[in-house]
Structures are given as structure tokens and as C-alpha cells.
Design a binder for this molecule. Structure first.
Ligand code: SF4
Ligand code: SF4
Length: 344
């Protein structure tokens, strides 16, 4: 497969990677078969996170005896030095590797988060110490907020940026991607399939084939999905003519509903976790039951129905999304889901 160098990190990886979210909800056996199909197809880049429940463990099992030549990335949303060092240690144990090739600050999407992680005894200090000790090799960050990401790519310390980029949310092509190129950061594309909302893999990856220096990390949960995506990436084919028009039409209609998780709409005076409510349907498709009940879905189950439709959030959303309507639907789905799993 074509290789891409992740900016100034110098890490050379396959033109498409493997995203570690969906394997959380399949059996160990299926996760291992899917990952090995990815490795057999030439994928050498695997990305996961401390917060993806058992994803690191499953990856560790799948890469046993096959570590050489792979670039393994993980990330943590811990804010403190000690917190992130504990996550780095856990990642090394679960993945079964001495050094994690790339470790990222996970989800730096608000000024408050950046202030906490970059301050004294913050997570960034922890990552620098981990790199000095050889526990990790390179440092990156992930974000959903364009303004924050634009600021962070200017920080010398980061070697990679991970940000959503796809047919529906193509805004990073205007400023973020050019700036990352200029500053020599590797660009890792999260949500190449819009977090599961866009199911036409052919169109999605033909679009991304137009950006050959970026590395998408689709989340896949079956060997068939992996092989399909690798085939499109290997073909190098791009969207053209009628296909391009059709893809843009679908993207335009989805874009009116797709939450970028940028957080501009928060906070909600009623305490509704708006971003998680906006993507709650995606959680139902991609996360295991326990993670929804105890993780990011918990607040939606408990608080979505506190929305009094004041509309403040919609005034702040730069994409004019119908937040009130989506929060209401998320609240209904969340209550139903909780009842189905004995949490009434
Ligand atoms: S409309 Fe609902 S979710 Fe939005 S700010 Fe008001 S109470 Fe919060
Ligand atoms: S609803 Fe709008 S402002 Fe809020 S996170 Fe989603 S895209 Fe951003």
C-alpha cells in the first residue's frame, strides 16, 4: 500500500489506518480477525484511546508477534501529569508494547481543556516526561474545534493533529489542513465516514483520495469492511463528474444535521450535555451497552429532558443545526435505551 509520512514525526504509515472505536462492541475473536485482515491488507497504522474500553486489549492481542513495522497510536483525555502517565502505562501493558509510537492529548476542544492540560502538572508535562523516558516516541493531539486546532498546530510540541474531515464536514480543507502542512504536522483524519452517518464508503474514500498526504483512520468491525476500504484507497480513484455531484448532494443534506462536536453551543444553562446528545444516535450504533450507560451516554439519559427549548445553543452553533429537536429526540431514545437495559 502507498505510504505516508506523518509530518515532522517522520513516522511512515500506510495511506489508511485502523480506528479502534468499533471493535469495542464486537467479540475478541471478531476484533482480532478484523485487525489481522487489516494487517494482511497492508495497514500499518492503528489508533486507539484509553477511553475506548477494551480496544487497547483487543489490539494488543491481535498484534502479538506482529509488532514490527507497525505504528501504534493511542490517546488520553486525562488533564493531569499523573493521570496521563497512568494511562500511558496502561496502554503499554494492554497493547503489549514497550514504546507507544504516537501518544495524543485526546479531545482538546475548549480553551479550558487546553489551559488545564498545558498548565503546571498538566497532561502535556506528563507526555514530555514519558517521551524523555522512552515510554512514547511522538506527541500529537486530537480536537473537534477548528479554532483550538488552528492554535494548537502552531505549538512546536505537537507532531500530529487528529481532526474530523470528510465529505460532509470539509471545513478543515480551508485553513487547518494548509496550516498543518505548512507547520509539518502529520494529519490524521478521524471520522472519514462521518462517525458512521455516511455509509457510502466508495464516495467517502474517493473524496479523501484527493488528499493523499492525510491518513484516515476509519473504524471498522469486520474483515469485509476493511478489505473494501483498502481496495478504494489502493485504487487512488477520486470523485468525478456525476459521482461528484451526487456525493455533494448527499453531503449537503447530511451537513444540515451533522454535529461537528466543536462545543461552541455549550454550556447549556440547564446542564444538558449538548454535544453528547447531538451524537447519541451514533453512540447507539458504535459503542457497547455498558459504555453508553456509564460513559458519554449517561448524561444524556439523565439530563436531555431538562431542555426547556430556550434556543441559546442554536444561536451559538455556527452550522445552524436543529439542536432543540435533536436533543429532544436523543432524550427519547436515551430513556428507551435505559429502560431496555433495566435503568429506569
Ligand atoms: S435549547 Fe435546550 S439544550 Fe439548548 S441551551 Fe436551551 S436548554 Fe440547553
Ligand atoms: S451542535 Fe453545533 S455548536 Fe454544538 S457541538 Fe454540534 S456543531 Fe458544534
Amino acid at each position: 500500500m502507498r505510504q505516508v509520512v506523518l509530518g515532522k514525526s517522520g513516522l511512515k504509515v500506510s495511506a489508511v489506518g485502523f480506528g479502534g472505536i468499533p471493535i469495542q462492541r464486537v467479540s475478541l475473536d471478531q476484533a482480532v480477525r478484523t485487525l489481522r485482515a487489516a494487517l494482511d491488507a497492508g495497514i500499518t497504522f492503528i489508533d486507539t484511546a484509553a477511553g475506548y474500553t477494551d480496544s487497547q486489549l483487543k489490539i494488543g492481542e491481535a498484534i502479538k508477534g506482529r509488532r514490527d513495522g507497525l505504528v501504534i497510536a493511542s490517546k488520553s483525555s486525562q488533564k493531569t501529569r499523573d493521570g496521563i502517565l497512568a494511562d500511558v502505562d496502561r496502554a503499554r501493558q494492554e497493547l503489549g508494547v514497550k514504546t507507544i509510537d504516537l501518544y495524543q492529548l485526546h479531545g482538546v476542544s475548549s480553551p479550558q481543556t487546553w489551559e488545564a492540560v498545558s498548565g503546571p502538572d498538566g497532561a502535556l508535562e506528563g507526555l514530555l516526561a514519558a517521551r524523555d523516558k522512552g515510554l512514547i516516541a511522538h506527541i500529537g493531539f486530537s480536537s473537534h474545534n477548528l479554532d483550538i486546532a488552528l492554535n494548537l498546530v502552531r505549538e512546536e510540541v505537537f507532531e500530529t493533529v487528529q481532526f474530523p474531515f470528510n465529505l460532509v464536514t470539509a471545513e478543515p480543507a480551508e485553513k487547518l489542513i494548509p496550516l498543518a502542512r505548512k507547520r509539518h504536522l502529520g494529519f490524521i483524519v478521524m471520522k472519514p465516514l462521518c462517525g458512521g452517518q455516511y455509509d457510502n464508503a466508495e464516495f467517502a474514500f474517493k473524496f479523501l483520495n484527493g488528499f493523499p498526504d492525510l491518513v484516515p483512520i476509519p473504524g471498522t468491525e469486520s474483515p469485509e469492511q476493511v478489505r473494501q476500504i483498502v481496495e478504494i484507497v489502493n485504487s487512488g480513484a477520486m470523485l468525478r463528474g456525476a459521482e461528484k455531484a451526487q456525493a455533494q448532494q448527499i453531503a449537503a443534506s447530511l451537513g444540515k444535521l451533522f454535529c461537528r462536536r466543536c462545543g461552541y453551543c455549550q454550556p447549556c444553562p440547564q446542564g444538558v450535555p449538548i454535544t453528547n446528545a447531538m451524537v447519541f444516535e451514533g453512540f447507539l450504533r458504535r459503542f457497547p451497552v455498558a459504555k453508553i450507560l456509564e460513559g458519554p451516554g449517561k448524561g444524556v439519559i439523565e439530563k436531555a429532558d431538562l431542555c426547556n427549548e430556550c434556543g441559546q445553543c442554536e444561536e451559538k452553533c455556527p452550522y445552524n443545526l436543529p439542536i432543540r429537536q435533536t436533543v429532544k429526540r436523543a432524550g427519547e431514545l436515551a430513556k428507551k435505551f435505559a429502560a431496555e437495559h433495566g435503568r429506569t
